[in-house]
Design a protein. Structure first.
Length: 193
């Protein structure tokens, strides 16, 4: 794995763990991510042939920052409580656009890009649902104005709503995936004298 792929995955991990303490936060972040990256993906191919290789990076930064700032302003206007909680991560979305540009993400086929985005979105929503369910004891809290959400149990495990709890839950999910993929790969030890 090269350095740019590691950087790209690290930035996505930051968004994944930082914004998934509730389903509403994950949905808002995913909507903003899809909007900014989608607009960036539409505009940058039109600009790329007209730019020199040195100016592509500057144009990429400028375009990504413009789209993410506009999305942040719209979130401040119509979704202020969400923006006050998760507005910190808007800059990472712009940075993610630039990293994806330098990573060769836009040279992949459209099906591969949708597949990667779908995997990221599914993981984000799944992790958010698990964190909210285990951490708060309810699901869908904060999605609608006067709806308390689906209450499963009265109190949850508060650690899961914090970033260290997100790491623990993600590690448990990865361990469960590994156990499902390779259930028979555990070698049996023999004791020899």
């Amino acid at each position: 794995m090269n350095r740019s792929a590691v950087l790209s995955n690290t930035l996505m991990l930051t968004l994944l763990l930082g914004t998934t303490d509730s389903l509403a936060g994950a949905l808002g972040t995913l909507l903003m991510f899809a909007t900014v990256v989608g607009l960036y993906g539409l505009c940058m191919p039109a600009l790329r042939p007209r730019l020199t290789e040195n100016s592509v990076l500057l144009a990429s930064i400028l375009l990504a920052a413009t789209f993410s700032s506009c999305a942040d302003l719209l979130a401040q206007r119509w979704f202020l409580p969400w923006q006050q909680t998760f507005g910190l991560y808007v800059g990472l979305i712009a940075l993610q656009c630039v990293v994806l540009e330098n990573n060769g993400f836009w040279r992949q086929s459209q099906a591969e890009r949708f597949k990667l985005f779908g995997l990221f979105g599914g993981l984000m929503l799944g992790l958010a649902g698990l964190r909210e369910l285990v951490g708060h004891g309810s699901l869908g809290r904060g999605l609608f104005e006067h709806w308390p959400g689906l209450v499963v149990f009265s109190e949850g495990l508060h650690l899961i709503t914090l970033i260290p709890g997100a790491f623990i839950l993600l590690a448990l999910l990865l361990a469960a995936r590994q156990a499902m993929i390779r259930p028979n790969s555990i070698s049996k030890e023999t004791h020899r004298p």
